[in-house]
Design a protein around this ligand. Sequence first.
Ligand SMILES: [Fe+2]
Length: 373
Amino acid sequence: MLTIYKNSLSLQLDGPEESEFNFMWLRDNCQCEDCLHPVTRERTLITSDIPENISPIASNVADGKLSIMWNDQQHQSNYNFEWLIQQNKQQSQNSNFDDPAVGELKLWDKSLEDNIPTFDYKQLTNDDSILLAWCEAIRDIGLTIVRGAPTKKGEIERFAEHVGCVRETIYDRLHDVNADPNAYNVAQTSLELKPHTDMPNYNNPPGVQMFHFIKNEAKGGISTAVDGYHVAKLLKDHDPEAYKVLSETAVPFRIYSDKGDIVSSNPLLTLDTDGKLKVFRFSNQVAQPLSLSNTKMNEFYHAYRLLGKLIEDPNNMVQFRLNTGDMMATNNLRVMHGRTSYDINSGSRHLQLSYMDYDDVLSRIRMIKKASL
Ligand SMILES: [Fe+2]
């Protein structure tokens, strides 16, 4: 059963229900070799070339296929039912792509402390099913620990390359963190490091941050982490207006080095087009002075202080000790990391860090799943 409307058609695909498809969308997604490159599967049809009044001159359904001849130069399109069913499913779920890497967010608080996803280095690097679990933990929880990595320098960079690609920034590709008398940031001292996300000064901050302890013999220096999505939800539940203010006020951040000077202004809570929290930024130490009217300034500081209190609340923070050879990784678009102060005279503490983009973790999930089909 095929019904033609003014700018759409409907037909029965795999059940009694009718599925509706828009003409412009159908023409735009023609699967023929003139419109879709047969080898690369990239689109060669230019959408703006399709006439506004696009509609079928003729159409029919036969042999599991919808065929249409368009009023656009009598172009002929054929659509397999299988493909239409898949597209219809995505349209009804409001998603653009049937993505095997889609997961389920699990917000967390201090109660995660005894259940932080923890992996053995050897298993992780030798078994793709374990690597898949690690990638999924980064995606769903945003915090993982890896025990027993070699203590060779550069190991974290090799691990990043094993997963995907290293994301370079104006810090070194492989970045050393240890107490340094010429400290250029708080991380290079033995002081407490409050929970923060790294590189909020980029419009696209690195999505995954990975730490590797070459050595940790110092007393103190306990690692901390806070789920930014969780504290944002607490804020939203408690004071929706404050949440709104933080999602609409651009905050400038700046970090500079010998290699560059990166400044950008973005809301601490960057929402996606569905209004869901996408990027959580928080770094007290590299925020720059705001320029707002007095009223907006008051609103912002009210909201910022509330968020800050939630981040500092011990009920929202996990603490754990990372030893020599341990690694930790965070979803840096969501989870804040920090450490308690440590005693510089009690032993050395040297870690190396490297970044990846979050997309590379999702990519690895797709690749592992594809390979196991
Ligand atoms: Fe950091």
